[in-house]
Unconditional design. Structure first.
Length: 367
């Protein structure tokens, strides 16, 4: 699928005057990929009003020619570094000011860039490309949808294969195998798999605990497909549950539905969070919901915007964001239900389709 890189570059160029620079040096590899399509691990991009120059090395010459033939390329040899290339090219362009990505540049890297480079002035910028990435275009949305489909197929497959003696680690490994089988590149992040009390660890690492040790299983997993990610969480019930857990689950599900129903362009991010948090607090579990309601994702698993009690800003059409309220009771169990939601011009679209009513989440283990 051909991306509209020229549109993205044009939008960035339109922002240069507001930043107060003649050009910007892009060092965040995800932003480089977003702006020109280069998926390698070593490359800087210089964007000016008239130039688009990708800096890399000989390892990536053929890859660059294939992925981004539209860009001008500066290939360094083994006697030079990317930083030296950036300084040399900026000097050749006769720039007097250039922006750099403050969040992606360390103090040491900044010192190297700015050393002995007058009269060039380096200007810190923050979130410029990330703000653009928050609104997904139709090509991005098509890939994200496919990433979600792969993610769901992998989950459906491993749930059908669950046995009583499988460990959390076994499940995590099987998930990665299945998502690759269905066309995914890799896991979007290390899967979170928790049986019983270990489901109360929001970011718990898979252990050797077996499925048969508790009737509750939490799985949080994601797929990378053509560079774009997905992120879902479901509870799987493998045995008889008590009333306390049923109340926890129903509370989280009610909170998630309430939050999603509020989503539309213009609504404050904090307000969506409040819609879920109020229900959980009313049920007496406010202190057991200790994280924000959700986050955007795309080329990275955590992108702008974020939904939390202190989040600033509003939802906009084209944003794709997780909605994942949770309740975590140490020593007992945890519940998190997570879906991927697109903000549309008139409201929302839930992109993920896995069942989440409690009775639908009950499975029979394979003998």
């Amino acid at each position: 699928m051909k991306f509209q890189f020229d549109t993205r570059v044009r939008k960035l160029r339109n922002r240069l005057k507001g930043i107060g620079v003649e050009a910007v040096l892009i060092t965040n590899q995800k932003n480089v990929r977003y702006l020109c399509g280069f998926s390698g691990s070593s490359g800087y991009l210089i964007v000016s009003k008239s130039e688009l120059i990708l800096l890399s090395d000989t390892r990536y010459e053929e890859q660059i020619a294939s992925e981004c033939p539209q860009v001008k390329v500066d290939i360094r040899d083994t006697r030079s570094t990317l930083v030296e290339s950036a300084k040399r090219v900026a000097k050749a362009m006769k720039l007097s000011s250039i922006g750099f990505e403050a969040q992606a540049v360390s103090k040491a890297l900044y010192d190297q860039l700015s050393e002995d480079n007058s009269p060039l002035t380096w200007v810190a910028t923050s979130g410029t490309v990330e703000e653009m990435r928050a609104i997904k275009d139709r090509q991005e949305l098509a890939i994200i949808r496919q990433s979600i489909r792969i993610n769901e197929r992998a989950f459906e497959t491993i749930v059908k294969q669950l046995t009583s003696t499988q460990t959390e680690k076994n499940i995590a490994h099987n998930l990665e195998h299945q998502l690759r089988h269905f066309g995914g590149t890799r896991c979007a992040f290390d899967p979170i798999v928790g049986v019983g009390p270990r489901a109360a660890l929001p970011h718990g690492q898979p252990s050797s605990m077996q499925v048969q040790e508790h009737p509750i299983l939490l799985i949080d997993w994601g797929t990378e497909y053509e560079g774009y990610l997905s992120d879902l969480t479901r509870i799987v019930v493998t045995g008889k549950i008590n009333a306390k857990f049923r109340k926890m689950y129903q509370t989280v599900l009610k909170a998630q539905k309430a939050a999603i129903e509020t989503m539309k362009p213009g609504i404050e991010l904090a307000e969506v969070d409040r819609a879920a948090r109020a229900i959980i607090e009313k049920a007496g579990y406010g202190k057991q919901f200790g994280h924000g309601l959700g986050h955007s994702f795309g080329l990275e698993i955590h992108e702008q915007p974020f939904m939390s009690p202190v989040a600033e800003g509003t939802l906009k059409a084209g944003m794709v964001i997780t909605v994942e309220p949770g309740i975590y009771v140490p020593g007992f169990a945890g519940v998190r239900i997570e879906d991927d939601v697109l903000v549309t011009r008139n409201g929302f679209e839930i992109l993920s389709n896995l069942p989440k009513e409690l009775d639908e989440c009950t499975v029979d283990l394979v003998a």
